[in-house]
Design a protein around this ligand. Sequence first.
Ligand SMILES: Cc1ncc(COP(=O)(O)O)c(C=O)c1O
Length: 454
Amino acid sequence: MAESSWRSRSTREVKDLCRKYTFTNYRSQGGWDPRAVIVGGEGAWMFDAEGKRILDFSAQYMCVNAGHNHPKIVQAICDQANAHCYVDPRYATHPRAELGRLLDEVTPENIVKFVICLSGSDANDHAHQIARQYTGRNKFITTYRSFHGSSTSTSILTGESRRWSMEPGISGVVHVPAPYCYRCDFGLKPETCNMRCAHYMEQVIAYEGAQNVAAIMVEGVIGANGILLPHREDYLTTIREICDRNGILMIVDEVMSGFGRTGTWFAVDHWKVQPDIITMAKGLTGSQLPLGAVGVSQKIADFFDTNTLWSGGTFTNHPVACAAAIAAINVYREDGLIENSRIQGEHIAGRLQEMQRKHPCIGDLRGKGLFQFVELVKNRETRESFSKDNGATNDTGKIGSLDKIFSERGINIKYHPLGFFITPPLCISREDVDFALDTIDEVLTDVVDTWTDQ
Ligand SMILES: Cc1ncc(COP(=O)(O)O)c(C=O)c1O
């Protein structure tokens, strides 16, 4: 079939062929109705095949950080594809050289060398392998309500229910409570908790034997499980101290929270925490092409000068994807997108607080920059959730219907059993933010407030 004819299929034909020949993510496949056939986009907006404009208030999977089809990133991809598309990792290339140099500039000061790989899962797989090889140990401590990827090892590092289908998987992973202050697993309040969830990790290290534990691995800010930004400032700093005291590595997964999402390059920058290993993907290229990376400290880099790095792949350091990442990092700087994330984030947080006074369905608000979450409840006094297990599984209750309701009103919003995310592209304008927040306000009044007891 000539290109012009496959591009001219009707919306119905395209949806039917996608359903018939391809699988989609994390759901039973029957009954999947693709929302739309997307044919273009610009900035925070996407366009479907019927000519409808959709405001992207989730940046898809919280990843289109520079906006849809940023012209400088698209141009960089085309330029590198025209020059040379692929060479294996034994060769040096200009894009690989420049991306390494730029990553050194934007990551925390102690991070000096990078594995440039394929995706967030791949980056966390590499981090897992590097930590095992460097320490010679195989135990890892991660949190419940975390997501670290879909591969065999990263789904076991994951704390939430997407882990279950791959169990028992790799051995040695121990999960501990997440810093979910609104529903603290220890029943404590942030004002008086003395950072129990972080200190509990030290007790677990003792039970497991510090000499057996390779690393504590945490997200910069827990993302996919409802943006669990701790209500205290000393969570990551406490974990850093525990790792140092016990001689184990600290791995921070910044796949979702990195590249300006929280208003700084990486979430760890808010607390000046220097992890031994940091992982990234999504915003690395603004998701215009798939790419992941793992950054390591000098002591780990030095170790692999004289020890084999037992990992790699055909597509590591892919020149076209590296060129996209260079352009994305330059766009974040030149377009002031990290500053915009901070500024719009403050505006959004202010408006959400006003909405909370008016809407009984808003239980908790949390986030930084353009990484915000609205937790919805049936009853604000009792904190009863719409999800029957407080978001521990993928039981969404009524909240699952919000997707369609928002989409009928022209905005793309990603929901979770506990509520919904506000994570637009970092280039979003104040006008578009206000349009989306006005729509949210209407939907909360027309729909979600009517589901509450109040
Ligand atoms: C924190 C975190 N780590 C890892 C991943 C996996 O990344 P990928 O989907 O690129 O494999 C995700 C994906 O959402 C994530 O949010």
